[in-house]
Ligand binder design. Structure first.
Ligand code: 13P
Length: 392
């Protein structure tokens, strides 16, 4: 079980002067290639899922595989929603298993960016989940030619960065200092001096988007100036695509499995190169020792009803599943009837929380309070309620 608290992971990197790779994945080949690369280097790693990629896979369907792979890994892993489009995206990401979220409001005016990000932070912190904000604008599209994407790079201002972090409460800040998402022609010009001033002013983990295409020396300069999370995708996509093209050239009649053969290994090679370059190789043990494991909580209630018939109890449960399942930090709502007729308690709720922080935010959430006061408590006076942390 190597899913760990992402804030602990990045604080370790910030304090020790290295960067963790946040590699975007779009398929199981990427998942395997990224984790194999991290395991071979004994490095912490972030599995990143960008909302702009959701047209290529079903987020809800891929997440159980991502989470299972993260929990099975021997190295510390965090799962991050990259460039979420809205508060609702962040809530859905946490429900599906992300333990770090970014909601990108960087195209909005400063005040709107601050206020919207603050709402995300309040929600996510109530779930124990850290938040990445972005200030300034990193143009381009992951996996595409950056020049084809409209939009100018807007550099992050040092003064605005301090105000933004203080008012929004973000845990990590993505800065715009000259990188672009995707491939770009020519050498990117980075404003390292500006980055250094931002780092001095903030003292929190900084994030670089658009890692593809930077030179080794540029990565070193970024990391020396506070960058502790590097978002990286296009070069992985290109490495996989080169392998697929070579497979097609070698055997023009091959089928799907023949085409994608070796794609995960090509991704793994590039992941390994980055991890070694960014200084996170060999850090797994130290991070595992310091970072809190990411543990869910089961909120269990067993109860008997009075003054409600079987149909009313089923309705009560159905309303509860709908209402409570929407509350931030709730991952699953199970309602059940006892199998044994002589069971001391006839019914139950088992509500899975993403993290122990949800115990409080759930209890105080207005939808929970309204449901409990209106529907549940009036008929379920005889009940026991206990929160259990994963002991495994
Ligand atoms: P690249 O595709 O340029 O590596 O950028 C990835 C990224 O920043 C994802 O958020």
């Amino acid at each position: 079980m190597a899913l760990v608290n992402m804030k602990d992971m990045l604080v370790h990197a910030h304090r020790n002067g290295y960067a963790v790779g946040a590699f975007d994945l779009v398929s199981l080949d990427f998942l395997q290639g990224i984790l194999d690369g991290a395991e071979r280097c004994e490095a912490p790693v972030i599995l990143s899922l960008a909302e702009s990629h959701f047209e290529y896979f079903d987020f809800e369907i891929i997440m159980p595989a991502v989470e299972a792979a993260a929990r099975r890994a021997n190295v510390p892993v965090a799962i991050h929603l990259d460039h979420g489009a809205s508060l609702e995206s962040a809530i859905a990401g946490i429900r599906l298993g992300c333990n770090g979220v970014m909601v990108d409001a960087s195209t909005q005016p400063f005040e709107d960016n601050v206020n919207y990000t603050r709402r995300i932070v309040d929600m996510a912190h109530g779930c124990g989940v850290p938040v990445e904000g972005e200030l300034g604008y990193v143009a381009g599209v992951e996996g595409e030619d950056a020049e084809r994407h409209p939009g100018e790079v807007i550099y992050t201002s040092v003064e605005e960065a301090s105000e933004y972090v203080e008012r929004s409460g973000v845990d990590f800040l993505a800065v715009s200092i000259g990188t672009v998402h995707g491939r770009m022609r020519g050498e990117p010009q980075l404003d390292i001096e500006r980055l250094g001033r931002i780092n001095q002013a903030l003292g929190i983990p900084l994030v670089i988007h658009g890692g593809t295409g930077l030179s080794d020396a540029q990565f070193t300069a970024l990391i020396e100036n506070g960058v502790t999370k590097i978002n990286y995708y296009t070069a992985l996509s290109d490495a996989a695509a080169r392998r697929i093209r070579a497979n097609a050239d070698a055997d023009s009649g091959c089928g799907y499995t023949g085409l994608v053969k070796g794609a995960a290994a090509a991704i793994q090679e590039e992941v390994e190169r980055c991890i070694r370059l960014w200084g996170s190789a060999g850090r797994a043990e130290a991070v595992l020792a310091e970072a809190a494991p990411w543990q869910e909580v089961e909120h269990v209630i067993v109860y008997n009803t009075e003054g409600a018939d079987a149909q009313q109890v089923d309705e009560l449960m159905a309303i509860g599943r709908d209402t409570l399942g929407q509350i931030p930090g709730v991952r699953r709502v199970f309602t059940g009837h006892a199998l044994a007729e002589d069971a001391k308690y006839r019914h139950c709720w088992v509500v899975r929380f993403a993290h122990a922080e949800v115990v409080d935010s759930y209890r105080h959430h207005p939808d929970h309070q309204a449901y409990a006061d209106t529907h549940f408590r009036p008929v379920a006076g005889d009940r026991i309620s206990i929160d259990f942390e994963d002991a495994g």
